[in-house]
Design a protein around this ligand. Structure first.
Ligand SMILES: [Zn+2]
Length: 313
């Protein structure tokens, strides 16, 4: 049997996007790296987040362009956030994965008890600076991209309002309702967003033009849906909701998939072998098992893949 070990499968590390010039935007008008604009007309406060991971430059390219073009809300409030600018400052196209964060993953620190603790890190400090703003946000979209081959998708977390919004946006078409990661709370999992919709979009491979286009169509759909910009164009086709049935966490240092599975693949039969985790076999728990973002190099204790099933939505 073939296993795709750590030495065999490598992600594509070519950077095919320009590096965003964020110098005009680092200062911000409400917080460092945060720009917020209010319309005269009342409406929801929509926040778009980029650079939650410092090397995911597609979202930053989009927000920098919209700031340059002076995109403003016609109602409500629109906020642009460049989250981990400190990590982004280290972005090096020759080694584009190292600038994901400085000390720890900024998208695992949004537990209010952790933020209230005495522990310090570059990311905790940044999250503490951003956290009060989140109380003012009605709808949030966090723009991400992926290292490993996968179809784009929206992650909605557990809140029903977020699931419904993700399906309504329809771009990208796959909406995954999950229950987060055991390694810490993402921003969309923050208790702030228990009753207010927060979505995370994975637009595609980190450094591809198509990823930028996917993030733009998703964010545009959100701004139109909320009425923050004028609704134009044909009605959108709703997306398809899939619910995570199992989160597979690597339990050993030797987790290996039996094939180089692409995210978005549906495995038709239950009990199909997916991976070996040391001695343990990881098999599909049910028919029509959707693979969400398989991560061939998952470290012990980290999510290796999420398994999901399309719901009837
Ligand atoms: Zn990310």
């Amino acid at each position: 049997m073939t296993t795709w070990g750590r030495d065999r499968l490598l992600p594509d590390l070519s950077v095919r996007l320009p590096i965003p010039d964020l110098r005009p935007w680092l200062e911000g008008n409400v917080l460092p790296g945060v720009w917020s604009f209010s319309a005269a007309e009342p409406g929801p406060h929509v926040a778009l987040v980029s650079l939650m991971h410092g090397n995911e430059i597609a979202g930053a390219l989009l927000l920098a362009r919209w700031l340059r073009q002076e995109l403003r809300p016609v109602r409500g409030r629109l906020t642009f956030i460049f989250a981990n600018t400190a990590a982004f400052a280290r972005f090096d196209p020759a080694d584009p994965t190292i600038s994901r964060f400085i000390d720890e993953d900024l998208n695992r620190v949004w537990d209010d008890r952790l933020l209230a603790s005495a522990r310090r890190s570059a990311e905790l400090d940044r999250a503490r600076a951003l956290r009060p703003l989140m109380d003012e946000v009605d709808v949030l979209l966090d723009l991400h991209s992926m290292l490993w081959p996968s179809d784009p998708l929206i992650i909605a977390g557990a809140a029903p309002a977020a699931r419904a919004l993700g399906v309504r946006l329809g771009t990208p078409a796959l909406v995954v309702a999950d229950h987060g990661h055991q390694t810490g709370l993402r921003l969309i999992d923050s208790p702030v967003f228990a009753a207010r919709p927060a979505l995370l979009v994975e637009g595609g491979p980190h450094w591809e033009q198509a990823t930028l286009e996917t993030l733009e169509s998703c964010a545009t759909a959100l701004l139109r849906d909320t009425g923050v910009i004028a609704a134009e164009g044909p009605p959108r086709t709703p997306g398809r909701l899939a619910e995570v049935t199992r989160t597979v966490v690597a339990g050993t240092h030797n987790f290996a998939f039996v094939q180089d599975f692409r995210g978005g693949t549906v495995i038709p039969r239950r009990n199909t072998l997916l991976a070996l985790d040391g001695e343990q076999e990881i098999r599909t728990p049910h028919d029509d098992c959707l693979l969400i973002m398989p991560s061939p190099r998952a470290l012990r204790g980290h999510t290796a893949v999420r398994l999901a099933r399309y719901t009837g939505n």
